[in-house]
Design a protein around this ligand. Structure first.
Ligand SMILES: [Zn+2]
Length: 312
């Protein structure tokens, strides 16, 4: 009989982790969503000038936190090219598009790394009922996820604590083009993927409903996280199954046997509509999602398998 179940029970019965002033800040979440979903970014279409503006905003935030650039062009930018799919499932594609991911690294001098990701591109522009061109704001999809990514980056760089792993923060574009950017990043990564402990993707986390539903997908591949969730108390209504399984930015990483989970408050009636606006979001709910994720990560760090082995 192994000791592990007993150790595990001991860890989950510790008093809940308390968050100080460095914890997730609702005003900062809102500031990020306000900029990314603003009309001036014209719906953040992959390959557009607006994608670049959004990428610049994200990289500027990473830089101000002192994170290490992990793009592929000597900066936070990860440049890639793809042929735009002409229809769902098109493997040949049409026009050649250049896109940008943004990647930054928190080096805790550990042998292992956790990836936290969120896609920042959206659908560009569309005509409304009056025939006027309007930007798709994509406030929930996925300015909310990027805001979460930036807040987690701020938290982990200011918490005065060295985590048990390094963290790679990645903002993907190309998501609305068949998740192409995550796939290309996974094929030519800027860190050794053999060192990745697990990946957490934030995809639409800003629209928590009255039932406090939070989808946590991919737990069937991540037993330790699943056990933590089963054994931890939360006011959130955790859903382990949802319509979004297996079609997300985690899929190529999952194929490389990396444990991946997706956090999402789910699809709603504003998804992929011009009504996916900041005013529809629940920022207190988003904070609950991120605080819950931080609690789970802190519990994982206490488990023997997740202890840092120092490098250098
Ligand atoms: Zn979308």
């Amino acid at each position: 009989m192994s000791l592990r179940p007993f150790l595990f029970l001991f860890f989950v019965s510790l008093p809940s982790f308390s968050f100080s002033q460095q914890s997730i800040n609702v005003a900062k979440l809102k500031t990020h969503v306000r900029y990314l979903s603003s009309e001036k970014l014209h719906g953040r279409l992959t390959g557009s000038q607006d994608e670049l503006s959004a990428a610049y905003y994200i990289s500027k935030n990473f830089k101000s936190l002192g994170l290490i650039p992990k793009g592929n062009i000597s900066s936070y930018y990860y440049s890639y090219k793809f042929k735009q799919p002409l229809f769902e499932g098109d493997t040949i594609g049409g026009k050649l598009i250049s896109g940008i991911n943004v990647a930054a690294f928190l080096d805790n001098h550990c042998d292992k790394t956790v990836i936290i990701s969120a896609h920042f591109d959206h659908l560009g522009m569309s005509k409304n009922e009056q025939g006027q061109l309007k930007a798709y704001p994509g406030a929930n999809d996925n300015a909310s996820g990027v805001a979460g990514l930036l807040e987690l980056a701020r938290y982990f760089t200011s918490n005065k604590k060295k985590e048990q792993f390094n963290i790679l923060f990645v903002a993907f574009s190309g998501h609305e083009q068949g998740h192409v950017a995550a796939k290309l990043f996974c094929e030519q990564p800027t860190i050794d993927l053999n060192t990745v402990l697990f990946m957490v993707d934030l995809d639409m986390i800003g629209a928590m409903n009255a039932q406090s539903q939070l989808f946590v997908l991919g737990l069937e591949h991540f037993k330790d996280m699943n056990d933590l969730i089963v054994n931890s108390k939360t006011e959130l209504n955790i859903q382990k199954e949802g319509m979004m399984n297996m079609t997300r930015d985690t899929e190529p990483f999952l194929k490389k046997n990396i444990k991946c989970i997706t956090f999402s408050t789910g699809i709603n009636s504003n998804t992929h509509k011009i009504t996916d606006e900041l005013k529809m979001l629940n920022f207190e709910g988003e904070k609950k999602v991120l605080d819950y994720l931080l609690m789970l990560i802190s519990k994982l760090e206490e488990m023997p398998d997740y202890k840092c082995k120092q490098t250098q």
